[in-house]
Design a protein around this ligand. Sequence first.
Ligand code: FPP
Length: 240
Amino acid sequence: MEQQFPFLPRHLAIIMDGNGRWAQARGLKRVDGHRAGADNVRVIVTECRRLGIPYLTLYAFSSENWKRPPAEVAALFSLLLDFLGTEVARMEREGIRLMVLGDVEGLPLAQRTALKHAMKRTAQGRDMTLNLALNYGGREEIVRAARRMAEAGLPPEQYTEARFADFLYTQGQPDPDLLVRTSGELRLSNYLLYQCAYSEFYFTPVAWPDFGVDALHEALRAYAGRSRRFGQTQEQVNGC
Ligand code: FPP
């Protein structure tokens, strides 16, 4: 691990906000902002893997994003296809396992097919898991987990927090240690509601297309300076 980070998050979750404003501030179209945002996804995935962050989750399309103009929705899905087209071979080569958090079946056929193919091809990846939250909503995930748990016919005494987590999209993964939201908004926007119970939050005014390696390092340094207590006192955490 690099010296500048005494400890890194095991799981980093990011809300990639501000593509539209980034574009508008430059006299560009919103879709240009999303394109720059997609390019930055490549940068951040590469750096997280290089640093050795084992889980990275990116909020790429929420279940509420369907309300956007159809042309913008289509552009986002087209960027997703481009991304998969250029990145899957590299992910496979570099040991990056791709997973989707969200309702894949509700995605357009081409994207659904490409995602399933990409997940299959990268399934053996051991160096990093890249979760793309797509057609994802945190409340929907919790309700879905409750329904699946009931369908599994578990007796009430097995309704525990640990067992419940097995029915979430993030089954088997650690909870996010650090949640980053770019572009100045101070909201969770229905993202990983169950999993972020004890996450550290980092908000930055930097728009997602400008959130490059240096900005990521700044967030990681801020995280390394946090004192995580999980409900305990500082003395208990220090072991005195
Ligand atoms: C929020 O910015 C961003 C999104 C809703 C989409 C994020 C998508 C990408 C970064 C590109 C595609 C993803 C992949 C994985 C290739 P916003 O447009 O709401 O920003 P605004 O608040 O400034 O309008």
